[in-house]
Design a protein around this ligand. Sequence first.
Ligand code: PHE
Length: 351
Amino acid sequence: MQKKIATLKEEIQIEVQKVFLQENENLRQKLFELKMQFLGKTGKLTDLLKSMKDVAPELRPEMGKYVNELRDYAEKLFAEKERLAREKEMALRYEREKIDITAPAIFQKKGGLHPITLIQNELIAIFTGFGFTVFDSTEFETDYYNFQALNIPEDHPSRDMQDTFFIHKNLLLRSQTSAGQVHVMEQQLPPIKILTTGRVYRSDSDATHSPMFHQMEGLVVDKNITLCDLKGLLDAFAKRMFDCNTKTRLRPSYFPFTEPSVEVDLSCVHCHGKGCKICKNTGWIEILGAGMVNERVLQTCKIDTAKYSGFAFGLGIERIAMIKYGIPDIRLFFENDIRFLKQFNSAKGEK
Ligand code: PHE
C-alpha cells in the first residue's frame, strides 16, 4: 500500500511536469483534466481512498494518514500549478497580442476619382458659384425631347450632326444634354439658371470622339438676357477653369436650337496664343457650342418670348479634360489603365 502511495505521488509529479513542458495556451484546461484523473470522482487517488476499507483495521490509521497526506499534497500541488499555468497562459497571450507601436503604419490603398468625374465636379463647382443649380435628367429620351422640341424636325438634315442610337422609333439614348433643357422649361417658370450634365451617346469613334461621352449644358432664361451675358459668363468661367490670362472669342456657328449660334474658342492654354501643336498654330482652341435660345424652342415650352430671352451653352467634359491635361486621345479615359488614372489623384499611401 505504501509503495502504491509513493508511485502515485511520483506519477502525479511527472504528469504535472509534462503539462508544463508544452507551450500552449490551454495549460489550465490540461491541468484540470489531469487533476480529474487523480482527484476526480473516479480518479486514481480517490480510488485509493475508497480502497481503505479493504485495508486491515490495525494498519488503517497509518495508511489513512499517508493517503490523506498525499491527497493534501496533490491538492496543494494542483492549486499552485494552476496559479503558474494562469501566469504562463497570460504571458503567452501577451506575447501573441503584442503590438509594436513603433512599427511603420500599414497604409490602406485608396481609390481615386476618375478624371472625368474630377472635371465634372470642378465645372459644377464653378457654375454653381455663378448661381446655377444642377438638374438631373434621363439618359433615355424620346425623339421629342432630344430633337423635336429643340427645333430639329424628323426629316431635318441637322439630325445628321448627331449620329444617334435609337432603341426604337421613338426612344433613343440622348445625344445631347440639351434634352434636359426642355424638361426644365416645361417644369419651371423663368428665371431659369440650370446645368444638366451626364453621359450622352453618339455613333462615333476615333481619337477625339467616343460613342459614350459626357456633356454639361447651361441654360439661362430671364428678362433682358443677351449674348453679352453669355460672353461675360464664359469669360469668367475660362479664367477660373484654366488660368486668369485665358481669353475667349465667339465665332458664328449653327445649332437648330440657338439663334444666333456661336462656337466658343479659348486662347490656347498651352502656348497662350503663340501657336503650338495643340492649337494647330492658331493660338485658339474650340471648347464649346452656345447661343441665344431659339425663340421657337422657348415657344414650344410655352415661355413668353415677348418677355423672356435666354442663352444656352454645351460642352464636352472629355474635351475640357483633354485640353486641361494635354491628353491626346479620348480613348484613354475609357481604357481604365490604372497608370493613366492614378496621375489625376494624389491618393496618399499608393505604392
Ligand atoms: N447640344 C450641342 C451639341 O451637343 C451643344 C450646344 C448646347 C450648342 C447648347 C448650343 C447650345 O453639339
